[in-house]
Design a protein around this ligand. Structure first.
Ligand code: NAD
Length: 290
């Protein structure tokens, strides 16, 4: 396939490289001067999109996505497919899909989980929203860049699944960290805490697979000085998107709202920026009851 790839950062760069390695003809564009193995660079987003069967975007946020979409949609050939893999707000995802469809294009919103490691290894999970026809066009590319793709529903459904998942993740990480900090203050050995909780009703992905306590459980960013991993500021971004969606859908999400507030405090006033999101554990450890 002829693929245009716009946004070749930490995630987009390795994803585009994997498509090129699999034999696709990839033309890329990024605002920053980047070089990606096997990818021919274009002078603009519109140029990268011209003549492409599929255009993939991997951009920082919804406002930038809307801006880039306004440039690439007019340049795309009718029947081609626009696949946005960025994590953005549901409203932007739906607006971009509607514009693409009005221009005779197919559209898929397909945010990912798996981080930079998954992007490099080609093991991402894609959560996709769009028509059956659009998903069928994008699926072979998801199979190269990832190991699983779930068609979640119509436009915006991929973003909805992503932010609901990450709202659970943020809330659960906080719950796991505050419980460890309490256990510490009660004099409980961390390994014993892990042994009990990881096989009891308090178990979760954050405890069992990504334990925030160093030296306990499987290898995780806690064992590497809380270097990300999944940075706290990215968790904050996703929690903000979840609360924006909750606001627009009139959903009551008190735990998600509190998780957003705690990560905002951590990132903006407590040196959490650049730390893995599991560094909530040392944060709680240092604190006292207010
Ligand atoms: P990044 O900042 O490394 O990459 C974004 C790229 O977009 C940059 O290279 C930037 O120069 C480029 N860009 C910005 N505006 C542009 C424009 N107008 N035209 C062309 N290029 C433009 O970010 P990332 O870590 O690659 O994340 C990309 C998306 O993936 C985000 O939405 C993020 O939330 C999501 N995501 C990231 C991770 C992760 O672990 N990094 C995991 C899952 C999802």
């Amino acid at each position: 396939m002829k693929i245009g790839f716009i946004g070749l950062g930490n995630m987009g760069g390795p994803m585009a490289a994997n498509l090129a390695k699999a034999g696709h003809e990839v033309t890329g564009f990024d605002m920053a001067p980047v070089q990606i193995d096997g990818v021919t660079m274009a002078g603009s987003a519109a140029e990268a999109a011209t003549g492409a069967d599929v255009v993939i975007t991997m951009l920082p946020n919804g406002a930038i996505l809307r801006d880039v979409a306004a440039q690439v949609i007019p340049a795309m050939t009718a029947g081609a497919c626009l696949v946005d893999c960025s994590t953005v707000d549901v409203d932007s995802a739906r607006a971009v899909a509607a514009e693409a469809e009005a221009a005779g294009l197919l559209a898929v919103d397909a945010p990912v989980s798996g981080g930079v490691g998954g992007a490099t290894a080609g093991t991402l999970t894609f959560m996709a929203g769009g028509s059956d026809q659009a998903f069928a066009v994008a699926k072979p590319l998801f199979d190269i860049m990832g190991q699983k793709a779930v068609h979640c529903g119509d436009a915006g459904a991929g973003q909805a699944a992503k932010i609901c998942n990450n709202m659970i993740l943020g809330v659960t990480m906080i719950a796991t960290c505050e419980a460890f900090a309490l256990a510490d203050k009660l004099g409980l050995d961390r390994q014993k805490m892990f042994d009990v909780v990881s096989t009891s009703s308090g178990y979760s992905w954050t405890m069992n697979a990504y334990c925030p306590a160093p030296g306990v459980g499987p290898q995780s960013p806690a064992d590497n000085g809380y270097k990300p991993g999944f940075a706290s500021e990215l968790m904050l971004k996703d929690l903000r998107l979840s609360q924006q969606a909750a606001e627009s859908a009139d959903a009551d999400t008190p735990m998600g709202a509190l998780a957003q507030q705690l990560y905002a405090q951590f990132v903006e006033t407590e040196d959490g920026k650049g730390m893995d999101f599991s560094a909530m554990l040392p944060r709680f450890e240092k604190r006292h009851r207010e």
